[in-house]
Write a protein that binds this ligand. Structure first.
Ligand SMILES: [Zn+2]
Ligand SMILES: [Zn+2]
Length: 295
């Protein structure tokens, strides 16, 4: 925790809620390519209001360049030169206007902040197939967001997760839960470890699709079961991030009430409580802390 000069940038936003995610823990423990060297500001799921107009806004964590090959091909998620907008764990954040999304009326700031990871989940689902029978490996916040979207889409979803609390959360959402994955036409990996990437591939039925949502630490080499990929014609698909339109779609979905964001909202905490919250060992129910910097 540091007192720092007022942020300087295009638009100043007073933060009302910034939610934590597994990436924050990774960033805090190991640094991250999108972060400056410590000490630096982070927090990338941020909602508040513009100091200049008072408009309620979600501050997206990135702005795509718009001119690189992927951007021009309509794949802003994998923009080669995005501007990262980090620093939500603060009283105020400066953002380029292009990072801002209007928050639908009535949607609480904590819910709006969660539109950022939900947009990534929407993108991940779009990378899958339309199989009605789906396995999700991992019942953390991302696995459960994927599950919520798939269940809302009328699919039959099984979540594989070791923690009983998280299995119960999956069941409450309307999925089945198991401690290990069976075989499925469509599999989402939402853990991000070499062994779970392999497990997801091994769980795909012949001709199936595997969407790798959880990122292994950069530099990781993963050995994969070649026979399954080759003889079973599996499609392995990476998925990363989201587009501007997907963030708006996530906000609209949360505002519609079709998805209950409260299932993943943990306690509201202060900035002072954040370091110990990030340091706490994972386990128990999947949840995202809601940081209210003005508490
Ligand atoms: Zn996140
Ligand atoms: Zn680009």
């Amino acid at each position: 925790m540091q007192d720092v000069p007022e942020p300087d940038g295009e638009v100043i936003v007073t933060v009302e809620a910034a939610t934590t995610c597994g990436t924050d823990v990774k960033m805090w423990r190991h640094g991250h390519p999108a972060l400056e060297p410590y000490p630096c500001r982070f927090g990338h799921e941020t909602a508040g209001f513009r100091v200049d107009t008072g408009e309620r806004v979600l501050v997206s964590d990135s702005v795509a360049c718009g001119v690189c090959d992927p951007c021009r091909a309509g794949r802003a998620q994998i923009c080669r030169d995005p501007t990262w907008v980090l620093g939500g764990f603060a009283e105020r954040i400066a953002a380029p206007a292009g990072a801002l999304h209007a928050i639908p009326a009535e949607l609480p700031a904590a819910a709006a902040a969660m539109a950022e990871p939900l947009a990534a989940a929407l993108h991940a689902v779009s990378r899958g197939s339309d199989s009605s029978e789906v396995g999700v490996l991992g019942g953390g916040p991302m696995g459960l967001m994927l599950t919520s979207l798939l269940v809302a889409d009328g699919r039959d979803v099984t979540v594989a997760e070791r923690h009983p609390d998280r299995r119960a959360q999956a069941c409450a959402i309307g999925a089945r839960a198991a401690s290990e994955l069976g075989r499925h036409e469509l599999v989402f990996e939402a853990v991000g470890r070499p062994e779970t990437w392999r497990a997801a591939i091994s769980a795909a039925l012949p001709g199936g699709v595997v969407v790798l949502v959880g990122g292994c630490p950069s530099g990781t080499d993963v050995s994969l079961p070649a026979a399954a990929i080759h003889y079973d014609e599996l499609d392995l698909r990476g998925t990363f991030h989201h587009s501007y339109a997907e963030v708006d779609e996530a906000l609209a979905l949360l505002a519609s009430g079709r998805l209950d964001w409260r299932t993943l909202a943990g306690d509201t905490i202060t900035l002072e409580e954040l370091p110990s919250a990030l340091a706490a060992p994972a386990g128990g129910p999947a949840r995202k802390w809601v940081v209210d910097p003005h508490r």
